[in-house]
Design a protein around this ligand. Structure first.
Ligand code: 4NP
Length: 187
């Protein structure tokens, strides 16, 4: 778990050496989209954490990060205030406006990363072809400590501590996802 700024200890996310600068080999950009239900709590948190890690690694020109929701009812809204606050305390920016995941997104992104099994099922139902299905993953698959099929739980109806948990789970999994992308794409 990473420490919070409130505990007056530096966050591992925040603590950064000068990032190494990697050439973007051949100009190929790897595109990742995190998907939850509303796109106001979990997926924008994962997006913020992943972007932070990508920047620390000096790979911001090589990996594009976005998020979306399976539902449209929060479209246009900022991320939940609690998600923004918890992230800010750890030096992570959670921003952007909510949007619904759309059919063209299956084409655009290389990795479509769901937060829970319900998001997975909704995405499976919208997939244009079986080929696109290969892009779909569950976020916590990338966390070596997580049990098989583990989800990032929905914090929306709970207390603030749920948002801290979401950030911890996203960080552990995004570290694994970044490693996997680096290995798979030679970055
Ligand atoms: P998210 O959380 O899917 O992580 O953005 C939720 C946000 C809103 C609702 C449910 C979950 N809602 O029911 O409005």
């Amino acid at each position: 778990m990473i420490e919070t700024a409130a505990q007056n200890t530096p966050s591992r996310l925040r603590a950064g050496r000068e990032p190494p600068r990697h050439a973007n080999r051949g100009g190929v950009v790897i595109r990742v989209c995190f998907v939850c239900l509303g796109n106001i709590c979990r997926s924008p948190t994962a997006e913020g954490v992943m972007r932070h890690l990508v920047q620390q690694a000096g790979l911001d020109g090589a990996i594009e990060v976005d998020s979306a929701g399976t539902a449209s009812y929060h479209a246009g809204e900022l991320p939940d205030r609690r998600a923004r606050l918890v992230a800010k305390r750890r030096g992570v920016e959670v921003s952007g406006r909510a949007r619904q995941f759309r059919r063209p997104d299956w084409e655009h992104f290389d990795y479509v990363v769901a937060m829970d099994l319900s998001n997975m099922r909704d995405l499976q139902e919208s997939v244009p072809t079986q080929e696109h299905l290969k892009k779909l993953r569950l976020l916590r698959e990338y966390d070596p400590e997580a049990p098989r099929g583990a989800s990032v739980p929905d914090p929306y109806y709970g207390g603030d501590e749920g948002f801290d948990d979401v950030l911890d789970l996203c960080e552990a999994a995004c570290r694994g996802l970044l490693e996997q992308i680096r290995r798979a794409h030679g970055l």
